[in-house]
Design a protein around this ligand. Sequence first.
Ligand code: FAD
Length: 427
Amino acid sequence: MLEGRARPYRVAIIGGGASGVCLAGLLAEQSRPDCPLEVEIFDQGEALLRKVLATGNGRCNFTNRDISLDHYTGESREFPGPILESFGFEEATAFFRRLGLPSRVLDSGMTYPATMKADSLVRILEAWVRHQGVRVRLSCEIRAVEKKDGAYRVQDGEGKVRGPYQALVLATGGAYGIGKKEWSRGYSLVKDLGHRLTPIHPAICGLVVRKSDFCRKATGDKLEAGLRMVDGEGRIKIRSGDLLFTDYGISGMGVFRLSNDLLALVGDGVNPEVRVDLLPDLSLDEGVDILGSLYESRKDWKAEEALAGFFPAKVLRASLEEGGIQADQALSQAPLSHYEVWLASSKTMTFHVLGARKKDHGQVTCGGLATGQVDPQSLESVLTPDLYFMGEVLDVQGECGGYNLHWAWASAHAVSRAIQHRIAKET
Ligand SMILES: Cc1cc2nc3c(=O)[nH]c(=O)nc-3n(C[C@H](O)[C@H](O)[C@H](O)COP(=O)(O)OP(=O)(O)OC[C@H]3O[C@@H](n4cnc5c(N)ncnc54)[C@H](O)[C@@H]3O)c2cc1C
């Protein structure tokens, strides 16, 4: 495909994270003696893929069995469609299998390296790019980029200019890294290149809610819950997972799964509500049956003793209090109907979301480079030829569950295809 070219085609990738390293390896694989392709990665950090090492609690949830647009948000919800269609779950797992990384798929669809260690995936990717002669420049923050005479040049923090490159790829990630040192300055490069940014905010994080008194009383208790919201386009979204009560509000996997949509609404000036079913595996009728027999057989027991099987201790106390029932009174002190109302409201508890937890930088940045100025197939800038964007720097966010790393791999594959196509056209 690339035959007939003598001069090396040089590509500069700014950002040695998930998408940057993936693209570097894919392009370097295509280099041939008669058609050389030189790939150079710049990263401000001291090692490649540092954020990836911290993903999934060190286990790296790198894709999900259920890849669809429903799990992505952004200014344009449709934008990631063509890329996700051509690179879905099968393609992601096959890609890593080819590199020597088998995967483990959990019942939830969340997919990890078979070793359940992010370190395995990171070491494989690093070795892959190094063995193919990709030039890696670490501790090298790119502060400026320019295009002159049809070629790109980049300038680092010490003023050193490198280039020329035929193609430039921005893979600088979101605004927040795993430490303050890694906060990305990629967005200023985006602006210098004439592109528009949408407002940014952290997501996949804990949420501050109006009902904070309840949360404070239940702080530290965690349970499996069903969560439900209406998103910005009026669609009902239902997710399940851990719900953790904290002194500021709610957190846990179930909350993370809806946080992108909920915080997008907060950004639009709304305090959206999230409905929580604290007993998702028990229907109301079943619960009422159990209550009825307990009410008969445990009359003299304290309410919190008789009902201990429903919820963890602090959630039980807080919910009984909210239902006007004293936790340490005998069960028979209140009529059965009070307990039935208590049970029903535990299945439809409503929290109004006020925002992201202040201290929390989240696992993903919502917002970023406006996708309206980017080709949805090739991820090439529609303003400047041979300029590409991938991964989290774009205004494309996946929900918690492996969707953001999936987007990083999928977008790198799209840019790789586009650059190869471009080279083929030139030769
Ligand atoms: C704690 C945590 C856990 C997560 N867990 C998961 C998970 O389990 N599953 C999942 O799908 N997603 C997870 N994510 C999100 C996921 O890690 C990111 O979405 C993904 O890494 C984005 O890939 P990227 O290539 O766009 O950017 P990154 O991987 O963030 O890489 C960007 C790189 O660019 C570099 N850079 C930025 N600006 C410059 C510059 N000017 N010059 C030079 N270098 C620059 C940065 O140093 C960084 O190395 C998690 C995130 C966090 C913080």
